[in-house]
Design a protein around this ligand. Structure first.
Ligand code: NAP
Ligand code: F7E
Length: 378
């Protein structure tokens, strides 16, 4: 494996000096590299001069759309992103990848991350999140025990763990009350991470991240479902969007800001757990107002309620208090709610315009998740 940095990374912090005065870049291993956060984190780490290794699942179609712009033929010199097949459920593969990649930092972002889906697939959700995290922690522990090399771990914990709490805003000291198989699994992974830290001295941090969105957000999460539908409605490609609970409130931030906090946690002297949030909470209804309003549209005639999008147990209000991250990590969000909505609408408008061009040329156009309700469980 080529570990030599081809050129000086922009952030001098990230250089470690090897034997003989070579500069070696830090190495990171990311699970969930093909997801929304994985793609932003990959960009951040590459910009900081890291050599990034990503674990992808084998699939009959490509799942690398979000990181295509970062991927180059690994036969070329100086390549910074390398992809490996693997799965969080495959413990032996994780062990092998850690001993081959020799990462300084591991970011565990892989998960069945859809809360509504977790009610339909609770066991699979639990396996990927709870067992998957434990598989990774154990691989790191064994690697450290055999080689003496410390590996730092970031665990993607979630505000969903606060669930039905009555405390607003929620901070690191708020009691968890998970309300879905997804959230229960994340609570298990959260404590497993802390236990490996306390029992085995692993440098492992939980980032308790509140909802964060972007133009790369999966199309069945409510924000992207709305921005995809609103732009398609604006161009006459779609008439209606079917949604569930419009009263739920979320603290929505920008994924590009949130991955900075992940990295900062692993640069500290001691491992710890941090809430990462904007501190601002809005309802799904307000998101609709903002998104359709930006397009000079009234959302009401276009939105229909479909009970299948209600959750058996809902999380009503999430609003984070990220004082600890602000004070200890120096982290703060740059993108506020209105700008986030506009960023997503602007990006989806480009997509809708491409679809319109294709449609007018007689090509079949893929329908947005907000329209293809028959298939998508969102
Ligand atoms: P996402 O877009 O849904 O991406 C999930 C990633 O996990 C994908 O790369 C997926 O691979 C991978 N994955 C799924 N099952 C896997 C398995 N068994 N083994 C290995 N990889 C697997 O999620 P995200 O929004 O980027 O979120 C990243 C992490 O943060 C997740 O753990 C999520 O639960 C957590 N989180 C997210 C938020 C948020 O608001 N975004 C907030 C708090 C916590 P494929 O591409 O092959 O499906
Ligand atoms: O739902 C309501 C829904 O699916 C937000 C994941 O990244 O953030 C995300 O989980 C709210 C809920 O995200 C629809 O009932 C109404 O109250 O966009 P969502 P989520 O469940 O908050 C957390 C922090 C994570 O950790 C997760 O990985 O919107 N809602 N109507 C709807 N939601 C969806 N998906 N679809 C609807 O039609």
């Amino acid at each position: 494996m080529n570990t030599h940095a081809p050129s000086a990374p922009p952030d001098g912090n990230q250089i470690v000096t090897g034997l003989g005065g070579f500069t070696l870049s830090k190495r990171a291993l990311i699970t969930g590299v093909t997801g929304q956060d994985g793609s932003y984190l990959c960009e951040l780490l590459i910009a900081k001069g890291y050599e990034v290794h990503g674990i992808i699942r084998r699939s009959s179609t490509f799942s690398t759309e979000r990181i295509e712009h970062l991927y180059h033929d690994t036969h070329l010199p100086g390549v910074r992103l390398r992809l490996h097949y693997g799965d969080l459920l495959d413990a032996s593969c994780l062990r092998r990848l850690i001993s081959e990649c020799k990462p300084d930092e591991v970011y565990n972002l892989g998960a069945q991350s859809h809360v509504r889906t977790s009610f339909d697939q609770p066991i699979y959700t639990c396996e990927t999140i709870s067992l998957g995290t434990l598989n990774l922690l154990e691989a790191i522990r064994d690697y450290r025990d055999y080689t003496g090399k410390d590996v730092r771990l970031y665990q993607a914990s979630s505000s969903e763990m606060f669930g039905n709490t009555r405390e607003v805003p929620q901070s690191e000291s708020t009691r968890f009350y998970p309300r879905s198989p997804y959230a229960c699994s994340k609570v298990h992974a959260f404590w497993q991470t802390i236990n490996h830290r306390e029992a085995f001295g692993i440098f492992a941090c939980n980032g308790i991240l509140f909802n964060h969105e972007s133009p790369r957000r999966g199309e069945t999460f409510v924000t992207r479902k709305i921005t995809r539908a609103a732009t398609r409605i604006k161009l006459g490609l779609q008439e209606t969007i079917y949604l569930g609970n419009l009263d739920a409130q979320r603290d929505w931030g920008f994924a590009g800001d949130f991955v900075q906090a992940m990295w900062l946690m692993l640069q500290q002297h001691d491992p710890d757990d941090y809430v990462v949030a904007t501190g601002e909470s809005h309802s799904v209804r307000e998101f609709l107002n903002e998104a359709f309003g930006y397009l000079d549209l009234d959302w009401q005639p276009h939105v229909k309620i479909d009970p299948k999008y209600f959750r058996p147990t809902e999380v009503n209000v999430l609003q984070g208090d990220a004082s600890k991250a602000r004070n200890l990590l120096g982290w703060k969000p740059r993108v506020r709610f209105n700008d986030l909505v506009r960023m997503m609408i602007d990006a989806d408008m480009k997509l809708a315009q491409q679809e319109q061009t294709l449609a007018s040329a007689g090509f079949a156009v893929r329908q947005g998740a907000g329209h293809a309700e028959g298939v998508a469980v969102s």
